[in-house]
Design a protein around this ligand. Sequence first.
Ligand code: SF4
Length: 281
Amino acid sequence: MAQTIKELLGLDDEMLFSNALKARKGKRPILWSPNVINSACYTVPKCRHCKWECFKKEDKMPDGRRLLDNILWQTEKIIATGAEIMLMPSGWMGYTVPDYFCTYIEKVKERFAITIYGLFGSIDLNSLLSLKQAGMEGYQCGLESPNELSYRYFRPGGDSIADRIQTMTFVKEAGLKLWSGFILAFGLSDPDIEKGIELLKSAHIDCLSIQPFVPYPHTALASESPTNPHYWARVTAAAGLCIPDCDLALSENDGAYAAFGGQTGANVRSIFLNETDLQQK
Ligand code: SF4
């Protein structure tokens, strides 16, 4: 069977998708759901694709640190959906996370049996060790893009690819599960994709997600075309075949991405509470 991403992307749809489904048959299905700790972000200038900036502008997301009570309330709702993993993201707060991140995680773990992944951008080893001690089991740190030019096109400020690779190393050093991937957009070539997959493979990731770019209103990239869902599904399926032992996660759960996502063999899917639920707190 073909092994390199180049060879895999040379296969026709039927062969690629049936290989992907066969290779991942038997992988346990897992649901994940987000519970935001803090929507503020120190990245300057802001990322040009930032959907949180859109949500804040449209008053669909509060700006800043959330109260612990709200986080606990949402955790209960998330558990009721059947989600096993709760992703607790924040905008970037610098390389050292604020102490209350650990307090929030501790309090969630005191009351609920749910696996927690953090998502706070590039952070240092001490922060990861403190978060682990508080009860966090895994950390999501995407490469964002394996190509420097593409990375700085949509992320003109903030941490760098090198920072992200360093954080991924720290995650494994801390004995945490590592979830990573990159955004399939902004002119990534097949060699870029190959480089990204090799990097992720050598980082011994536990969960992989290839994200499509989806434009949002009120952002600098609002007029850019979204990633073609068929192409995204092919790359996701091929990437999953290249790193067969890790879980394969989908970040989009509706529309064409959900339809094509079913062909990739992905076993980890997202579930989002609806706006009405979230507006109660
Ligand atoms: S780091 Fe995340 S939250 Fe901050 S501007 Fe970029 S995309 Fe938005």
